[in-house]
Design a protein around this ligand. Structure first.
Ligand SMILES: [Zn+2]
Length: 135
């Protein structure tokens, strides 16, 4: 199988051992398909590069960056952060639910917003005939 890109000889972070290993990374259709050398349409000399999985910002206040979520993503994704756990309390304090919804609607291209207007499940109540069952 010919892949799109092969990164040759980079230092690849092994999340299981915590060590860097010199490996080749083969990519097809935007996904890593192998940590071995494959025939590729493009080969990149990665011997001077460090290759790590996407970083996760475990607690981010996007408002403090003074950027929209889409602008924030454009700033951090090229530097390796691919996921953030965003705390919206600042925008919620200032703009309420409308601000939170505006933040959720501001997404980089290619990401779908969550289903809008989804109703919470109806609260179930025990029946009179049998208190342990629910309707
Ligand atoms: Zn917080």
């Amino acid at each position: 199988m010919t892949v799109d890109v092969c990164l040759r000889g980079g230092r690849v972070f092994d999340v299981f051992s915590g060590a860097f290993r010199r490996l080749d990374v083969s990519i097809a259709a935007g996904r890593i398909v192998s940590l071995t050398q494959r025939a590729a349409r493009e080969t990149i000399d990665a011997r001077r590069l460090w290759i790590v999985p996407g970083l996760v910002g475990a607690h981010v206040h996007l408002k403090s960056s003074h950027l929209s979520p889409a602008q924030f993503a454009r700033a951090v994704v090229p530097r390796g952060t691919t996921t953030v756990i965003a705390d919206p309390h600042e925008v919620a304090n200032v703009c309420g639910l409308a601000g939170v919804r505006a933040g959720l609607a501001s997404r980089p291209a290619g990401h779908s917003p969550p289903a809008a207007g989804r109703r919470r499940p109806r609260r179930r109540r025990p029946t009179r005939s049998h208190p342990s069952t629910v309707e």
